[in-house]
Design a protein around this ligand. Structure first.
Ligand SMILES: Nc1nc2c(ncn2[C@@H]2O[C@H](COP(=O)(O)OP(=O)(O)O)[C@@H](O)[C@H]2O)c(=O)[nH]1
Ligand SMILES: [Mg+2]
Length: 341
């Protein structure tokens, strides 16, 4: 059934289109705009919410969502939340990425509730699959060992691919090429309060390069050699270390990684940082070591260690006041409000 947009034309400079269910396959942009009056106003609590001036006061930024077609219902909940709490006032665009082509249902449902333009991209196979130096037999043995030890996602090859992709290649996707900042959204993420300012603009205006809400301890079994491999890199390339940096925040008294990391189900980042020479070379070093396949290195500790080492503390922002995003997972914070971030 064709989806017809009955909403009135936007008064802003954003482009409106009428139907979103005929989008071609592959990388495609589905522009959509939604006038402010089309939204229910019940969740808006602050009278001081700035009126968005589309294309003038917004940052050059987008939400990025890596998802499978089967994630559509959980993704819709997350989009509903971010729209109601924030984006209904700003209409930032969404970039959806998938290792398989998105189906029409996914595109129709997501573009139907997003108030900003939606683009749907395919992850290049060569960026999704393991690099050629990975020994597949060894990787399979290691996955089985983790499965036997009941490590979460321990047996999953696709989860490892996802983590490796989100660690670096996602930032190189063509659909993100023109943006300065991304805000990662995942399935089943809930926003418990209204966000009555623009976090992207906050990042932009205050020179922030990484923003987070919740910090956790990584499962030790998933990263046995991540810190050793990181140290090899920083020993060889001390020139990339920021001064000052947040090494103290991620290490214990013995100088080992304390497994503290920023939860990547919510993160706002500078794309320039994740495309920088320091981060790129760091990722390449990790990738060569094989831990994304032989262990189960997550994108969250990789992003976090990099931010802690290659950024200055003042470039990292804790969105603690209001931008709190949680999933149904039990989470706890491993730093206190006195932390200098
Ligand atoms: N396209 C695609 N997306 C995936 C795949 N596995 C996970 N994702 C996405 O990657 C993100 C992280 O996955 P999730 O299951 O939430 O992992 P968790 O947050 O570590 O529990 C989510 O946005 C998922 O939708 C996959 O095999 N293909
Ligand atoms: Mg998740």
């Amino acid at each position: 059934m064709a989806l017809v947009d009955h909403r009135p034309a936007a008064t802003s400079t954003a482009t409106a289109v009428g139907s979103h269910d005929r989008a071609p396959e592959g990388d495609v942009s589905v522009p959509l705009s939604l006038p402010l009056e089309a939204h229910p106003s019940s969740v808006l609590t602050s009278s001081s919410v700035p009126s968005p001036q589309l294309n003038s006061t917004r940052a050059n930024a987008a939400f990025v969502i890596l998802a499978r077609n089967s994630d559509v219902w959980e993704i819709l909940k997350s989009i509903r939340g971010i729209e109601d709490r924030f984006n209904r006032k700003y209409h930032y665009p969404y970039v959806f990425l998938n290792d398989q082509p998105f189906d029409d249902d996914f595109k129709r449902h997501t573009s139907g509730i997003a108030s900003g333009p939606c683009s749907y991209g395919l992850v290049p196979k060569e960026q999704w699959e393991e690099p050629q130096w990975i020994d597949e037999d060894k990787a399979a043995v290691e996955r089985q060992k983790m499965a036997d030890n009941k490590v979460i996602y321990g047996d999953s090859r696709t989860y490892r691919r996802m983590c490796r992709y989100q660690s670096w290649a996602v930032f190189q996707h063509d659909l993100l090429a023109d943006y300065d900042y991304y805000w990662r959204i995942e399935p089943s993420v809930e926003f418990f309060c209204d966000i009555d300012y623009d976090p992207f603009m906050y990042m932009h205006e205050n020179g922030k390069k990484y923003g987070w809400t919740v910090s956790l301890y990584e499962y030790e079994a998933t990263i046995p050699t991540l810190w050793k491999t990181t140290k090899e890199f920083t020993d060889a390339h001390p020139e990339y270390l920021a001064s000052p940096n947040m090494l103290g925040w991620i290490t214990n008294d013995k100088g080992d990684y304390n497994r503290c990391h920023f939860w990547s189900n919510f993160e706002i980042g500078s794309l320039a940082f994740f495309r920088s020479e320091a981060y790129t070379k760091y990722f390449e070093h990790l990738d060569r070591a094989g831990g994304f396949s032989y262990e189960r290195w997550g994108d969250a500790p990789v992003h976090s260690i990099a931010a802690a080492l290659f950024l200055k503390p003042e470039e990292i922002h804790w969105f603690h006041e209001c931008v709190l995003a949680l999933s149904s997972t039990v989470l706890f914070v491993c730093c206190s409000s006195s932390t200098s971030v």
